[in-house]
Ligand binder design. Sequence first.
Ligand code: SDX
Length: 381
Amino acid sequence: MTEYTYEFRPGLEGVPVAKSSISYVDGQRGILEYRGINIEELAQKSTFLETAYLLIWGKLPTREELNRFQEDINRHRRIKYQIRDMMKCFPETGHPMDALQTAAAALGLFYSRKAQLEEEYIREAVVRLLAKIPTIVAAFAQIREGNDPVQPKENLNYAANFLYMLTEREPEPLEARIFDVCLMLHAEHTMNASTFSAMVTASTLTDPYAVVASAVGTLAGPLHGGANEEVLLMLEEIGSVKNVRPYIEHCIENKKKIMGFGHRVYKVKDPRAKILQQLAERLFELTGYDEYYEIALEVERVVEEKLGHKGIHANVDFYSGLVYRKLGIKPDLFTSMFAIARVAGWLAHWKEQISYNRIFRPTQIYVGEHNLPYIPIDERS
Ligand code: SDX
């Protein structure tokens, strides 16, 4: 019998993999802070770009710093025609997260291949990625419909410009503000799977485009960012309030995960879900009632009743889809919205990681055999 020197924790539960001052989660009390500032306060008072600056550089920018940051990002919103033309060759039926991952990696073809611990290099990479990722997402959404991408519009802010490129309609100020708040809420969340993936990639000192591309691939899965798309599919499948209880009971009996619920860290309702629910309600006042909201409320009620005692509550992905749907965004693009926002967190961790870098190289517990003979192919059963 092998003696194990290490304790094995599936999913690395509770294992710290970094020291970080970027964000903080108290899962028992439902508190999330970015650089020490409560997410509720940021959602009320800040903007996505200001929050991105805070996450990446560790302090709120002065007016001058913020203006320069916004101007730099505006200047870099366009993407190279080669990237656009490359996306024209993607299958229209391909998932937008796969298109984003490919295009994000392709940005690395144009810029430096190495991570450099130089302020100017870091700033350029941050500006380019924050500026170009939304353009890539919107461009693929247009291209797959047979349209040319919509060019960024100079006078529109970050959120409004993205919605404009996506829908070819200038959003109402409230719609743009609500989308901007969604971006803030999704910008960062301590050591989640995609951030860990970004950090593992970053630790090899490869370029930040590869870092973001690997993180996009990790975010796409249904247990992580992909859950927001799955929630909408689930609400569609349930179809009406009266079907909710049997649907949830069937899931529980068959040990099927209910999308948008549960969290490794939160044992109470995710604070972001509370804010997203409020945002959804504000949007309904502007754009009208949403039949799926009643279904969602009933799903939450039944899941609370059945699984609340196990610490399973609504997470960030449960209400976000209802907001995006009201903004005219198609369900298979929901996870890309998460990605646009999370670029800020990934880059904050990239910058932090390379400032004290040591390559990630964990270990394993070998459970295989030793000293087996090589059996010639004709003698194998
Ligand atoms: C995000 O980590 C982050 O910070 C992520 C995130 C971020 O901002 O980056 O917050 C974003 O990824 C949100 C999560 C989105 N995913 C989903 O909504 C998918 C559904 N949820 C789950 O699969 C699950 O809750 C996870 C993946 C979120 C957490 O997985 P864990 O911590 O590994 O928990 P687990 O799967 O081991 O579940 C523990 C128990 C099990 O029951 P028992 O076997 O102990 O009896 O809780 C049950 C699970 O069956 N459970 C659920 C459930 N989630 C957990 N049962 C039914 N429905 C669920 N959703």
